[in-house]
Ligand binder design. Structure first.
Ligand code: ZN
Length: 186
């Protein structure tokens, strides 16, 4: 187990489409170690999700967790640690919602991103078994942001109005707590 260096925007690995894992790979010691490293890195960075390409492994693997005592997300329901392998997102509710997003791989920036507000994610779990989860609101955005990483997509690609892109300092100064706009960071 180890905290690994994060790749940041400009690194070509973040723009690759990650390859799926086989069931044998999911159960292998190498992938177990990779998952442990992702969890350690996510905790170290105080993120709520991380995708394997963010630590340089271009495979379809992401972990997400919102701790019960999360100080950064006090108004959000906890989300128990979950591992998503080869995930596919289906839109259940195409009505859009906007959240200010940030990303461990895009340090120092926030942007207002509009995404569908309801999704289902079909994936393989830690044991290689099929599973699915339905999410709406904040968690729907978290899933879409995180799983975008596996397709080489970053949140900045989804900002429609680049006037709604800000440094973290300016986000806090000018945009935080404005009505109707909420914040997320992965
Ligand atoms: Zn991200």
């Amino acid at each position: 187990m180890a905290v690994r260096p994060l790749l940041t925007i400009g690194n070509p690995v973040l723009r690759q489409v990650a390859r799926p894992l086989t069931r044998d790979e999911i159960l292998s010691a190498e992938v177990r170690t990779l998952i442990d490293d992702m969890i350690d890195t996510m905790h170290h960075e105080e993120g709520i999700g991380i995708a394997a390409p963010q630590i340089g492994e271009s495979v379809q693997l992401a972990v997400m967790e919102i701790a019960v005592d999360s100080e950064r997300y006090p108004d959000t329901n906890p989300f128990e640690m979950a591992v998503f392998v080869n995930p596919r997102v289906s839109v259940l509710d195409a009505a859009e919602q906007g959240y200010w997003e940030g990303c461990l791989s895009v340090p120092g920036l926030r942007g207002l991103v509009h995404r569908p507000r309801g999704v289902r994610v079909d994936y393989l779990n830690l044991h290689g078994d099929p599973a699915s989860i339905v999410a709406d609101g904040f968690m729907a955005t978290v899933f879409q942001h995180e799983l975008d990483h596996l397709g080489g997509v970053l949140f900045i690609d989804r900002i429609r109005d680049t006037r709604m892109l800000a440094t973290t300092d300016n986000y806090v100064r000018f945009w935080l707590n404005r009505p109707g706009e909420q914040r997320t960071s992965e």
